[in-house]
Ligand binder design. Structure first.
Ligand SMILES: Cc1cc2nc3c(=O)[nH]c(=O)nc-3n(C[C@H](O)[C@H](O)[C@H](O)COP(=O)(O)OP(=O)(O)OC[C@H]3O[C@@H](n4cnc5c(N)ncnc54)[C@H](O)[C@@H]3O)c2cc1C
Length: 409
């Protein structure tokens, strides 16, 4: 058995190139662009497209996709390094075309779509000509329990007719298509086999964006959608009938972990800022870095970030090695989301009033960190699944060992 945490020279080179690209191209580009809404729309789009062009030119494009789709062909462990560098800038993942929800949708289409669907929907996504959304959550029922989904699709001749209501559909405002989850089966063998995934062109008659939901970080593209007699040809089913839940689970494993990789970047930025501030702020006879109360905050954050990195690397390793990964991804998602919130919070504390202002990115990071605890599975749902697996492991083997990462310890 080999446990080796070093990177080969080729991967170290990729990491350095991503870091350099973020420093030299993405950050200056972000500064030119300013906050969303400050630049005229055309100018804004062309600045973004220009950065994307530069990313493609230097071969930092689609790190998560195979080479035959124009990607870098990286595994999940390798992807962790790229995402954790890219997400140190707000637009980094977008410029490299590995941002949510497109990245998860690309994985889903690569695995489940027919050849025709791949050409029509996956190809433009990979080329950066299209963008997409994933429409599952509904205002009327708990998003945590997809067996409750009320959006219905019924067959009418060669077509499917869909009616329903979705919300918090990220990117729907800009997307050219959606992967939509709707109920098609009345009496499924398993409760979770009642839903089917469809691909919906946007715009389509019957698909109406009601509003972008205003969130605690502003209206940033999470839309409410009304679906009324939307007609879809039969070939818009993605995967098979009743496979919506399976497809969602397949999508969410790597997509949740990719979120964690980006959150690690944010947590590292917050910790770097915390230490920098502690070294440069003087109070009551010494710099903050010499105060024990501040050192504890730095120490706790350092330990949590270390745990976060190990958990993400191990879960990524399990996906790469085709080992069961659900529990490890659940544990990583829960831990990293919560660690991110705590680390950013401590960094704000060490910055004092400055941390509360919008002069630093901390306030925005804090707002984003909050949704991490329920998007893609609320904390309690992950805890429920983690506990179920620990109990089952104990019942089966007389030990919980296999439920704690199945590590050789
Ligand atoms: C910024 C953002 C972006 C999003 N993007 C998308 C998207 O692109 N597409 C999409 O489909 N959805 C999206 N969502 C929705 C997200 O996936 C849901 O919020 C999530 O699945 C939880 O569903 P819910 O909000 O209906 O909460 P509910 O399911 O109503 O849960 C509310 C709370 O109840 C508790 N709870 C629920 N069930 C249990 C249980 N069994 N045991 C214990 N406690 C429980 C938890 O504390 C949970 O936080 C997004 C959400 C946000 C905030």
């Amino acid at each position: 058995m080999a446990i080796d945490f070093t990177l080969g020279p080729e991967l170290e080179d990729i990491r350095q190139r991503v870091r350099g690209f973020v420093d030299d191209v993405v950050r200056p580009g972000e500064e030119r662009i300013g906050e969303p809404g400050t630049m005229a729309r055309d100018e804004y789009v062309s600045a973004l497209v220009e950065m994307r062009g530069q990313a493609r030119e230097v071969g930092l494009w689609l790190p998560h996709m195979p080479e035959e789709w124009g990607g870098m062909g990286l595994g999940h462990v390798e992807l962790a390094m790229v995402q954790a560098e890219a997400a140190k800038a707000r637009l980094g993942p977008w410029v490299l075309n590995c941002q949510a929800p497109d990245e998860g949708n690309m994985h889903t289409l690569l695995h489940w779509a027919s050849e025709d669907q791949k050409e029509r929907y996956l190809r433009p996504l990979c080329q950066g000509r299209a963008t997409s959304c994933f429409a599952m959550t509904e205002p009327e029922v708990a998003g945590s329990d997809p067996t409750l989904i009320q959006t219905r699709a019924y067959q009418d001749g060669d077509e499917w007719v869909v009616n329903g209501h979705k919300w918090f559909i990220s990117n729907a405002h800009r997307a050219q298509f959606a992967i939509l989850i709707a109920r098609t089966e009345d009496d499924p063998d398993l409760p979770q086999a009642g839903n089917t995934a469809f691909i919906v062109d946007i715009p389509s008659p019957g698909w109406t964006e009601v509003r972008e939901v205003e969130t605690m970080h502003g209206a940033t593209g999470h839309s409410e959608i009304l679906i009324e007699d939307l007609r879809l040809p039969a070939d818009r089913i993605l995967g098979g009938r009743g496979q919506g839940h399976m497809l969602g689970q397949y999508r969410l494993g790597p997509a949740r972990l990719a979120h964690c990789m980006r959150w690690i970047a944010q947590a590292e930025m917050a910790l770097d800022m915390m230490v920098d501030r502690a070294l440069n702020r003087y109070s009551h006879g010494s710099i903050l870095a010499e105060k024990q109360g501040i050192q504890w905050m730095i120490a706790d954050s350092t330990m949590e970030l270390y745990q976060a990195k190990l958990m993400v690397l191990h879960a990524a390793y399990r996906i790469d090695h085709k080992l069961e990964f659900k529990s490890e991804v659940s544990m990583a998602k829960h831990f990293v989301a919560n660690a991110l919130g705590r680390i950013v919070d401590r960094s704000i504390q060490v910055h004092g009033a400055l941390g509360y202002s919008t002069d630093t990115p901390l306030a925005s990071m804090y707002q984003h960190a909050r949704w991490a605890r329920f998007a893609d599975g609320a904390d309690e749902i992950h805890q429920m699944r983690i506990a179920q697996r620990a109990i089952a492991a104990y019942k089966d083997n007389g030990s919980t060992r296999t439920a704690t990462g199945d590590l050789p310890l």
